[in-house]
Design a protein around this ligand. Structure first.
Ligand SMILES: Nc1ncnc2c1ncn2[C@@H]1O[C@H](COP(=O)(O)OP(=O)(O)O)[C@@H](O)[C@H]1O
Ligand SMILES: [Mg+2]
Length: 363
């Protein structure tokens, strides 16, 4: 890759998306002396409220994209369901967009993503593409009889758009439950635990990874990350080798989250990758000198990448829905670092904030 001139403080970074990830990216960019311009279709977006420039518009609003390009020296995104076409339009206008449209498009479709992963040597569970309910019975047979997990190809998050299929008789109901959309049927991963590795690739092709974290989910939503994961030394090199194949295969620039299943025999399978800063990387805010948000800004701004080693062990706990009401008790705990997203309504399951419990020296 071509060496690039680092973007000077005082320049403006454009961010597509309107959530907490954009908010934390904006704060990291601001700390490095950048201004941020946020384009979000959401009114009162958590990131737009802390950015120097806020554009409230749809992702296909040509005038708004032109305005974002005029304001920004480089443009990135915090949300993987920004239409890939939006990035192409920005690139056609001459914008410097990172990560690029190809990486975004590949990771937006679970079938394309798994094919890419297998092609670049990152193993996954076995899977079959599903077009309609009648495909499910034969697919279940091909996957060894089930149970298997049916997921929409596109736009699922936090476990939404997923249904288990235990038997061919459940095919119709499962397909209806995910909205009768193009889908993927995945063999069940018999994992002993879920891990993730947060990787970052700079403009010059330099790749670094944070220590692997151990994740727990409930109803498909991340509850906690413990990082570094117990025994991470045994899996770190393996996880990093997988992450490196992914970011190099996508010619990626920025932070990318790799969700992994650890099997009883020690194998690691990739569950999915996210072309953005990742919830399982939030622990780095209080466990590392340079967190994933600063790291992403450094990468897209062509700065040298920062250190990734853990300075402390951290247990990150998501505050979902009304759990955020615990803030007064959490604020009173000396080892609880509170990160709240400034969202309005605390609907059940909605990510309202997180707390990083700083556990002390790395174990
Ligand atoms: N093939 C699978 N086998 C077993 N569990 C799975 C499988 N796929 C997903 N899961 C479980 O569901 C969670 C959410 O699935 P994921 O594919 O990561 O979707 P999302 O995009 O909603 O995060 C995973 O973290 C894991 O706990
Ligand atoms: Mg996931």
């Amino acid at each position: 890759m071509e060496p690039r001139t680092p973007l000077k403080p005082g320049s403006t970074i454009g961010i597509l998306g309107g959530g907490q990830l954009g908010r934390m990216l904006t704060m990291a960019a601001t700390q490095l002396g950048f201004d941020v311009a946020v384009l979000s279709p959401r009114d009162w977006a958590p990131d737009a409220r802390v950015a120097a420039h806020a554009i409230h518009a749809r992702y296909d609003d040509a005038a708004a994209l032109k305005r974002l390009h005029e304001l920004s020296d480089v443009i990135t995104f915090e949300f993987e369901n920004v239409p890939a076409r939006t990035l192409e339009v920005l690139a056609e206008l001459g914008a410097d967009v990172a990560p690029g449209p190809r990486a975004l498009a590949c990771t937006q479709d679970r079938v394309d993503e798994k094919r890419f992963l297998n092609d670049c040597g990152a193993p996954t569970v076995d899977f079959v593409a599903i077009h309609d309910a009648s495909d499910i019975g034969p697919a279940l047979g091909a996957l060894g009889g089930g149970p298997a997990l049916l997921k929409t190809r596109r736009e699922g998050y936090d476990g939404k758009g997923q249904a288990w299929v235990r038997d061919p008789s459940e095919a119709q109901a499962a397909f209806a439950a995910i909205g009768s959309k193009p889908a993927i049927l995945e063999a069940k991963a018999d994992f002993v635990r879920e891990l993730s590795v947060i990787a970052v690739r700079g403009r010059d092709g330099d790749v670094v990874c944070y220590p692997v974290g151990e994740n727990t989910h409930a109803d498909g939503i991340l509850r906690t990350t413990l990082a570094p994961a117990p025994g991470y030394q045994d899996v770190q090199a393996h996880a990093e080798a997988i992450a490196r194949k992914v970011v190099e295969g996508l010619d990626y620039v920025g932070v990318l989250g790799v969700e992994l299943f650890e099997l009883a025999d020690g194998r690691l399978l990739v569950n999915e990758v996210a072309p953005r800063v990742h919830n399982t990387g939030h622990w780095t805010q209080d466990g590392c000198l340079c967190d994933q948000f600063e790291q992403h800004i450094r990468a897209v701004a062509a700065w040298p990448l920062g250190p990734t080693e853990a300075r402390a062990s951290v247990r990150m706990e998501n505050l979902l829905g009304p759990e955020v009401d615990r803030w007064p008790q959490l604020a009173a705990q000396a080892n609880a670092r509170l990160h709240l997203y400034g969202k309005g309504e605390a609907r059940p399951g909605r990510k309202m904030g997180h707390v990083n419990w700083v556990l002390g020296d790395v174990r």
